[in-house]
Ligand binder design. Structure first.
Ligand SMILES: NC(=O)c1ccc[n+]([C@@H]2O[C@H](COP(=O)([O-])OP(=O)(O)OC[C@H]3O[C@@H](n4cnc5c(N)ncnc54)[C@H](OP(=O)(O)O)[C@@H]3O)[C@@H](O)[C@H]2O)c1
Length: 290
């Protein structure tokens, strides 16, 4: 396939380019300023030039706290840009895969979330991503929308590496015991995206590692894998949020609200695509040993 990857310089975009190339696809990385997803006419022309069989959208405004005070810019990339790409894919007859987030959910259900559960984002970022999903599906009814959890991989910066660095450097780091996430490795996500293309799937799917954890469990697991004198201490959202909020305020930023519980069920992924994601612990072991 000829696959165009929007946002190809981002954490996920780089992995998608790498995985798709290793599978033998012809990959055309789309990066700014040459390809800006907010420029519709230019995108249409880009499709005429590149003749994609599939377009994968890894481009987004991803600064969650920054979106609270940059609302227009967040919506421009996450809603308008996503919709433009989907329309360009429709016009060029290409398949279209869009990446969304667990932050579209309110996070008040304390069980793994299903694709059919009610959305109600708490943050501007989550609202702009949900608006993006809607723009995509109305421009291209057979688009595939993937909601994923906290992502990490070899490219770009991620919390996992920061925690590992903190442990090696002897820092004491507090993490909350009462907020739960689904860690997701970019290789799993890239593999799933490409598998979706071969299965001709559409609609909304969750893609995450198997299982979920509190950020305290995540950090403790990393601390146990890494040599160093750093320690992870437990805290709660009630104690931690005011501290984080004050830190944000001190640098002119606003702390966005995040879902308390956003562990995603991967039942649909297993059933429809026959993909068995490995556990978050196993994926972290692999990441930390590389
Ligand atoms: N990171 C996470 O933990 C996480 C969790 C759940 C879902 N997601 C979703 O996963 C996807 C990938 O995230 P990521 O962490 O890989 O993001 P990332 O590293 O921040 O990369 C995003 C990329 O989008 C590009 N971009 C932004 N606006 C653009 C525009 N107008 N035109 C073209 N490119 C543009 C950026 O380009 P520049 O390089 O030029 O800035 C950047 O390379 C996003 O949809 C995100 O919402 C991420």
């Amino acid at each position: 396939m000829r696959i165009c990857v929007a946002g190809a310089r981002g954490m996920l975009g780089q992995q998608v380019v790498e995985t798709a190339s290793s599978l033998g696809h012809t990959v055309i990385p789309w990066v700014r300023p040459h390809v800006d997803i907010t420029q519709f006419e230019a995108l249409v022309q880009q499709c005429v030039d590149d003749k994609p069989d599939a377009i994968i959208n890894c481009a987004a405004w991803t600064d969650v706290d920054g979106a609270e005070t940059n609302i227009d810019a967040a919506y421009l990339a996450n809603q308008t840009g996503a919709g433009h790409l989907a329309r360009a894919a429709t016009l060029s007859g290409s398949r279209f895969v869009h990446v969304s987030t667990d932050f579209v959910y309110p996070g008040d259900l304390h069980r793994p979330l299903l694709e059919t559960d009610e959305t109600n984002p708490l943050s501007v970022y989550g609202q702009s991503k949900l608006a993006g999903e809607q723009a995509v599906l109305s421009a291209k009814a057979d688009a595939l929308v993937i909601r994923t959890g906290y992502i990490f991989g070899r490219h770009g910066q991620n919390l996992i590496d920061k925690i590992a660095y903190g442990i090696k450097s002897g820092y004491s780091m507090p993490f909350v015991t009462d907020q739960w996430i689904s860690p997701t490795s970019t290789p799993l996500l890239a593999d799933a995206i490409l598998r979706f293309l071969t299965y001709d799937s559409s609609g909304i799917y969750h893609v995450t590692q198997d299982g979920g954890c509190s950020t305290f469990e995540l950090a403790t697991f990393i601390a146990n894998q890494v040599d160093g004198s750093g320690v992870i201490t437990p805290t709660t959202l009630t104690d931690w949020e005011p501290v984080q909020s004050a830190r944000c305020e001190a640098v002119g930023r606003v702390l966005a609200k995040r879902p308390v519980y956003s562990v995603l069920s991967t039942e649909k992924l297993r059933t429809m695509l026959d993909i068995e994601p490995i556990t978050w612990q196993e994926s972290l072991r692999i990441h930390l040993s590389n």
